[in-house]
Design a protein around this ligand. Structure first.
Ligand code: IVH
Length: 715
């Protein structure tokens, strides 16, 4: 080759710089700038150059991440400062008590906080000298750790040189900084900082801020998706899958063969500066995170700024609710005093700082008296027993009622009226009656039995063989009718605005509604309505108007609104798509229904039975006569989008989206929404009051998302 070497040196330097920037965007910012193939081409060019001219190799070259020869053992290194650990708080009250203890020491100085996930990986201490990664150690006993530099070099998000010059780092105006309730900003969503708060790094500071020495603390871990891919590969090769991400990462980091480490996909999150010489003056934890990010370190994006302790607790609880759907493992959330001046004032006791606490709410249990076991009648006639208890404050809420599910649940625990019972509440999950305390049982307490007759209509109830549920089978049962009407007029069905639970009860007991088709004859009873409690002129007008408007709902909504057993909104949509009109659906045979992919005999039998019933036929005829639209064409789901082939189940109430909206969003990118959770379900999207579907998802290990997680997935 005739090209002069200086040009090659320049080219090598340029390749290095570009590859570092691309890798940073890929591994740290999760926002690749170029394709993998383009990256590989540049990488190969650099590697070939370096192979020909080994003098061109620098320690921060991306080619140096592959891991050197196996080591004999790890050298011990002393940490520059003590690597502290954390005290725990197991409830929001304990966090508040911690806040009060601090108050006694510092008076009423304003206290702001940073809330950071407590990542469950391995603590590492990374040393940079004049910007170059020179030493990486494990935590060890907090004073002395092991030198695992060669292994850490193979972790792609560990910067080999800081800062990354030439990259569009989130430093400077309007980036890398917080909003009032700041979340750690990440491209492409920088959070502007209100004037005069926090640290500012102007673009010029970037060069000036290469510290002579920087020692950073962080956590190395294996992300859940990477762990799953690794295991899928192992299984495909006939190898045993690894137990869990943490132990796999630990094994990899301390493996004596760096090539093994390199083959395990690990990630770094930095969160602390142990020592800095020749860098900017950092005054707070939030400054630190901002600075770390500006230097090119990955910082967990769920780290947030809180202006006071109440907000910190609120943010922590919101994060805890999302925890099951996160891509990293965490064993709690750390709340840290933001200001370093106050941190210093608060100091350290033992080996834990007073200014930080790890918030790990454990499921909470309490004891109260079960006064009565009452029974509720559902839409399909299922009798559900529930406990009425003396009020108990648990996990921050007062509980007076809890479902007891069915007769077996009560019999297995031998729960009796008058018993003192143990109640458990985990996170924001509905409270559970665990067991009675037999020692405190009143002598006259009797075993509980499901009533033989319906508490609403007085007709005999039945419990089919092999089922846990007991049913009221009287189709004229007023409780069922009320529930049926509620369902019919509800948000996901005919969506009659202003027609609530209470109104359904009132209209049924007044005899104005004897089946759902009576909803469309209410206008004939205007005078009677006006005499009822709470019904004024305006309200009646509005009600009649929204009833009129509901006649136009899509067919799928109407099918779902009928309340046919085993026909949820998704099944109803499939039926509407397949049959196009209620008339055609009514004529469908068992085989016709089962010909639809995913529809089994249960649904088919339920439909045939429902439409074969003369009473139901009459109801439908009346709906049609009243002008309710019973035919339409719905669009087919798209065949492309990034969620094609992925199945979702929605359960519970989401904070902002209705079920229909969530479904539409998922389907718009090719995903499919089904009614029941199976091994084939990819995601369960759970909101408040999610019930058995969530339990099932946990049982089967199906990924659970909250609404925020869903938005992320949808992109
Ligand atoms: S703060 C004085 N913040 O939790 C600082 N620790 O400390 C004390 N951990 O194994 C630690 N994420 O490595 C802190 N955002 C975070 C953390 C965190 C994970 C780990 C830490 C150590 C354990 C207890």
């Amino acid at each position: 080759m005739t090209t002069p070497v200086p040009d090659l040196a320049q080219r090598a330097a340029e390749l290095r710089r570009h590859l570092q920037v691309y890798a940073h965007h890929y591994y740290v910012l999760d926002a690749p700038l170029i394709s993998d193939a383009a990256y590989d081409t540049l990488y190969r060019e650099l590697r070939e150059l370096e192979e020909t001219y080994p003098d061109l190799i620098t320690p921060d070259s991306p080619t140096q991440r592959i891991g050197g020869p196996p080591t004999e053992g790890f050298r011990k290194v002393r940490h520059p400062g003590a690597i502290l650990s954390l005290d725990n708080a197991f409830s929001a009250d304990e966090v508040r008590a911690w806040g009060e203890r601090m108050r006694r020491l510092i008076g009423d100085a304003p206290l702001d906080f940073v809330v950071e996930p407590k990542m469950d990986g391995l603590t590492v201490v990374l040393h940079y000298t004049n910007g170059l990664f020179t030493l990486g150690a494990t935590r060890g006993d907090g004073i002395e750790g092991e030198d695992v530099t060669v292994n850490l070099r193979t972790v792609p998000s560990v910067p080999l040189r800081i800062p990354l010059s030439g990259s569009s780092l989130p430093v400077g105006e309007g980036a890398g900084v917080r909003t009032d309730t700041g979340r750690m900003p990440s491209d492409p969503h920088p959070n502007p900082l209100p004037e005069g708060e926090g640290m500012r790094l102007s673009p010029g500071d970037r060069e000036a801020s290469v510290p002579k020495r920087l020692v950073v603390r962080g956590e190395v871990l294996m992300l859940r998706d990477a762990f799953e891919r690794l295991n899928a590969d192992r299984v495909a090769q006939g190898l045993k899958p690894y137990e869990n991400p943490r132990n796999t990462a630990a094994g990899a980091l301390r493996n004596l063969d760096p090539k093994v480490t390199a083959s395990r996909p690990m990630t770094l999150y930095a969160y602390n500066i142990v020592e800095v010489v020749g860098g900017p003056r950092l005054r707070s934890q939030w400054d630190t995170l901002t600075y770390l990010r500006a230097m090119g370190f990955p910082v967990n994006r769920d780290s947030q700024y809180a202006r006071d302790l109440d907000q910190a607790i609120e943010l922590a609880l919101a994060w805890l609710a999302r925890k099951p759907s996160l891509n990293y493992e965490a064993d709690g959330i750390v709340i840290k005093v933001n200001s370093f001046a106050l941190q210093d004032e608060l100091g350290v006791v033992g080996n834990a700082p007073r200014w930080a606490v790890a918030f790990k709410p454990a499921p909470q249990e309490g004891v109260t008296v079960l006064r009565k076991i009452a029974v509720n009648v559902g839409r399909t006639g299922v009798l559900t027993p529930y406990a009425i208890m003396d009020p108990l404050r648990i996990g921050g809420v007062t509980v007076t009622q809890a479902t007891l599910h069915n007769a077996d649940y009560i019999a297995e625990r031998d729960l009796r009226e008058g018993d003192t019972v143990v109640l458990k509440r985990a996170g924001d999950v509905i409270p559970q009656v665990l067991r009675p305390v037999p020692e405190l049982r009143p002598p006259d307490a009797q075993p509980w039995q499901m009533p033989g007759t319906c508490p609403s209509c007085g007709e005999p109830v039945v419990r089919p063989d092999g089922e846990a549920a007991t049913y009221c089978v009287n189709s004229a049962c007023p409780a069922q009718l009320v529930r049926n009407v509620e369902h019919f007029v509800g948000r996901g069905t005919m969506d009659i605005v202003g027609f609530g639970e209470r109104m359904a009860g009132q209209l049924v007991s007044a005899g104005l509604i004897r089946d759902i088709s009576d909803v469309y004859h209410l206008y004939e009873h205007r005078a009677t309505l006006l005499q009822m409690e709470g019904f004024g002129d305006k309200k009646v007008d509005n009600l009649l108007q929204s009833i009129e408007a509901s006649k136009d709902r899509p067919l799928s909504r109407l099918i779902y609104a009928l309340g046919i057993r085993h026909v949820g909104s998704t099944v109803a949509e499939g039926l509407a798509r397949q049959f196009g009109s209620l008339d055609r659906l009514m004529r469908a045979s068992l085989d016709d229904v089962q010909a639809i992919p995913g529809f089994g005999p249960q649904i088919a039998e339920s439909l045939v039975e429902y439409f074969g019933n003369p009473h139901n036929q009459q109801v439908i005829a009346r709906l049609q006569a009243a002008g309710v639209k019973t035919a339409d064409t719905t669009q087919a789901a798209p065949r492309d989008g990034h969620l094609v082939g992925q199945t979702f189940v929605l359960t519970g109430r989401l904070p902002t989206l209705t079920r229909d909206q969530a479904k539409a969003l998922i389907e718009a990118v090719g995903g499919r929404v089904t009614d029941s959770v199976t091994r084939k379900t990819n995601y369960v999207v759970a909101g408040e009051e999610a019930g058995s579907k969530l339990d099932k998802a946990r049982q089967l290990g199906v990924a659970v998302l909250d609404e925020a997680g869903l938005h992320r997935l949808l992109g």
